[in-house]
Ligand binder design. Structure first.
Ligand code: COA
Length: 332
């Protein structure tokens, strides 16, 4: 049986609050427009704390909550699409910061679906007797990627980190992962290669639909309508597929934690899946979309309130750039 148990969870949010009213001082927008279209009131922006700092803080909190010693962590998996360094991996900085001296470490980048892919990967490592405890951290500092003249995209995203320590369990777990690379240009951030001083380099050949002007390179580019349409369908499909695999129905699930991109996306998917709203956890009003960190920050908030209980069946569902999507059902 490929089961996982959450031993501990933790999170870190930067101090600086960027409210919708603050956005209306820099852009032609309003609290009313943003809240009605997205359900977001505020998000955090990390003014000076790098991604690795946020990841390490969330990880330390998760390890403390788990009660295990850092030396007993066998693997650190970091999910991020906004690392501070191309290399080493964010997970290596976290490993050093938390003192997980016996752990292997590598990163996973599937943007906002990162925590789902990392948890699925962790469960497969845990099946192997060599790995007992795995620290998964999802951390994003998207502010340096966002274009703060783009009122459609910049208002959606926030910075933050969430982490969980998981161990093997004899209880069941199922997953469904998907990628639709045909839509890669619906949400992307191109690396700026122009800083190279290699005399042989010319402007990059670009795949269809990718814009690389001086103003657009290294900033998040999004086709909001295309992502919205994909998201509702992808969430419904992923939940239906994972339930099909498990033989369970929505009525058997105690708690649904969706990716926190937009309250309207969540509401549409919840309606399409016929889910009771009281079983769906939403925290985006205060944090916005923190990409891969959304789901583990929900887990950390719920765990801090003792709302993750032994025997509960939990469904996690996410989507993001790629375009990727996935869902996991496990029994705690
Ligand atoms: N404030 C005020 N007006 C805004 C605005 C803002 N922040 N952002 C866009 N608008 C305007 C547009 O310019 C447009 O004006 P126009 O009709 O004069 O051209 C109008 O509002 C409608 O824009 P539209 O893009 O149709 O809005 P929408 O209802 O689709 O909402 C999103 C835009 C981005 C909120 C929505 O498409 C969305 O959430 N998409 C998914 C994005 C996502 O989740 N990305 C992350 C995935 S992990």
């Amino acid at each position: 049986m490929r089961g996982i148990k959450i031993l501990g969870a933790g999170m870190y949010m930067p101090e600086t609050v960027a409210s919708n009213d603050w956005f209306s001082t820099i852009l032609d927008t309003s609290d009313e427009w943003i809240y009605t279209r997205t359900g977001i009131r505020e998000r955090r922006i990390s003014e000076d704390k790098p991604n690795w700092y946020m990841a390490a803080e969330a990880s330390r909190a998760a390890v403390a909550d788990s009660g295990i010693a850092p030396e007993d962590i066998d693997l650190v998996l970091a999910a991020t699409c906004s690392p501070d360094y191309f290399y080493p991996a964010l997970s290596c900085l976290v490993q050093q910061q938390v003192g997980a001296v016996n752990a292997a470490a590598f990163d996973i980048n599937s943007a906002c679906t990162g925590f789902i892919n990392a948890l699925d990967t962790a469960s497969r490592f845990l099946q192997d007797g060599d790995y007992r405890n795995i620290l998964i951290v999802a951390s994003e500092r998207l502010a340096p990627h966002c274009d703060y003249t783009d009122r459609t995209a910049s208002i959606l995203f926030g910075d933050g980190a969430g982490a969980a320590v998981v161990t093997r369990s004899d209880k069941p777990m199922w997953s469904y992962l998907s990628a639709k690379g045909d839509f890669f240009n619906a949400l992307y951030c191109k690396v700026d290669q122009s800083r190279s001083n290699c005399p042989l380099l010319k402007p990059d050949a670009l795949p269809e639909g990718i814009i690389d002007t001086e103003a657009k390179t290294h900033t998040l580019q999004m086709n909001g309508k295309a992502v919205y349409k994909f998201a509702v369908d992808a969430m419904e499909t992923a939940v239906n597929k994972v339930l099909e695999r498990s033989g369970l129905t929505t009525g058997d699930i105690d708690l649904f934690i969706p990716h926190q991109a937009n309250a309207r996306i969540i509401e549409s998917a919840v309606k399409g899946l016929n889910l009771p709203a009281e079983k769906v956890y939403v925290n985006l009003e205060k944090h916005g979309n923190t990409s891969s960190a959304c789901i583990p920050t929900c887990l950390a908030e719920l765990k801090a309130e003792s709302r993750i209980k032994e025997g509960m069946k939990i469904c996690l569902v996410g989507f993001g750039a790629g375009l990727t999507s996935g869902a996991i059902v496990f029994e705690q």
